[in-house]
Design a protein around this ligand. Structure first.
Ligand SMILES: [Zn+2]
Length: 74
């Protein structure tokens, strides 16, 4: 009888442990990490910036409007 009580306690412990683990697991529908963006180099300072954040000028791409203005004067 004592063995049965110990066995039930162990099973209950394992059940509670697995329940707690499932709660901490991320939901399966979570989106993955964003795909890496192509990086472009600033023609003024050489800093690499994501393509969608780069400022395009007549002589190349820049990390900021200020650097485009410094390089192109406009
Ligand atoms: Zn720059």
């Amino acid at each position: 009888m004592k063995l049965l009580v110990v066995l039930l306690a162990v099973l209950a412990g394992v059940w509670l442990w697995q329940r707690g683990r499932q709660r901490h697991m991320p939901p399966p529908t979570r989106p993955g990490p964003a795909p890496a963006l192509p990086m472009v180099r600033c023609a003024r300072c050489g800093t690499h910036v994501p393509d969608n954040e780069a400022i395009t000028g007549r002589r190349g791409t820049y990390c900021s409007i200020a650097h485009r203005r410094e390089s192109e004067g406009a």
